[in-house]
Design a protein. Sequence first.
Length: 520
Amino acid sequence: MTNNLAARTREIALTLTAWPSVTGSADEAAFAARLADYLQGFDEVWTAAIPGDAAGRGNVFALKRGKGRRSIVLTGHFDTVPRDDYGDLYSLALCPEELRPAIIARLELSGEHPLALADLKSGDFLPGRGLLDMKAGLAAGIAVIESYRGEANLLFIAVADEEDRSAGARAAVPLIPKIAKDHGLDIELIINLDAIADQGVGRFGQSAAFGSIGKYLLCAYVTGKESHACYPFSGVNAAYLAAELVAEFECAPELAEITGPEIAAPPTILQMRDLKQGYNVTTPGHVWIYWNVLSHRREPGEILRIARELAGRAVARARARLDERRAVTGRPENSETWSNVQIMDFEELIGLLRGTPVFEEKFLAYKASQAGEHKVDFPTRSKVLFETAHADSGLHGPVIIFGFASIPYQPVTCTARLRDIVMGAIENAGFPVGAIQYFPGISDMSFFGQGPGGLEEAEKNTPIWGASFNLDGSPGYPCINIGPWGRDYHHWLERLHAPYAFETLPKVLLAVIEAVFKRG
């Protein structure tokens, strides 16, 4: 059985990788039906369209019946990032066995990426777009369910769009309670099958994760007080104010959570854009910024509080620096404007409009219209709504307005008891798998699992909430991640550690399923 299971896992992984499924493409939209037709060994297989999805995408559900009601879900996403980065190897990017010698030849010629060259020449690693992230994980789940002969009900869910807006998982989550009711299932565990990157020998990559980090796209709309460039001290240059803000936030330890030995990466700027149109010698008046803020337990309200504190330090430093430089240069302008920089949240900004005709007739209508801009990303839609609200708010002078510019991904965790059951099964079977508290990348676990709550502050400070997206609330299932490992996903050197993915991982999944079912 072991050899057959490994061979079947490999076969499924290579088959799924050969099917293109770039996020937002027609191939991704066609993938669900194609996968549903391919699945074998299930009692029921069906697809469900993602409501209102402009790309026409859907999710796949497949159920293998056991005995009774106790059930375990295995899930993962089938979309991938584009493969243009492969260059002249584009046509081979979905063919791992043909791609490997081609990449080896390229690396031997260039002399670059020695670790990747050594990995691929070892024979233990297979390259290919989406093989690591995360079709090998899906393959392990499918192969395990096909081979399973135990008493648990196993539900397989393959979702679209994890790489962009998690539309697949967000559409699947509200269906699960109904599926459970209609099919007589008591869901005890969800196993996400996503990959972990490891640049070392695989000790970290070969881990079961008992939670997942959260992500909040913190944003700031910065306005200054415009002045002529010949009189720079008489105004507040929004670009300079934003620069000091960026300097304060870049890898700020105050926003890097620590849990035991695990450290959530501190924030780094993802975009900074001056909103000035065209050339003139007036200083910039408006700047848009957003950062990736990762969380273990921290809720959105706490993130906003820390952001305001960091902004206060940035403003004080900017004012002191300009006062010093004005004195050194002997400029006569008054820079008192810097003492009036306001710091607020989007909720406070919209409070200036709420209940007015401007809010009811203009802002809400514009918010709804932005939801129809399917080719415009969520942060850009948020920027437009910040601009609109600020323009009608009556605010004058410099201000920093914080909020969130996209969907919140809550951190999730599970119980110590579940961790003990899972790790006990893994250790008793002698598998080389460790334990980490938080899956280190953004994952759909945030929508399936047990989060800390506190999203009310995120909702009030995310302008596109309720129009561009809604969150119905997580069912709060126990959720862990056990998947393959490899290196450099989202890169043309994306490569999977094949022995672990095809031989070890399926056996680990079977052991965990049996342990949870027997001891649940």
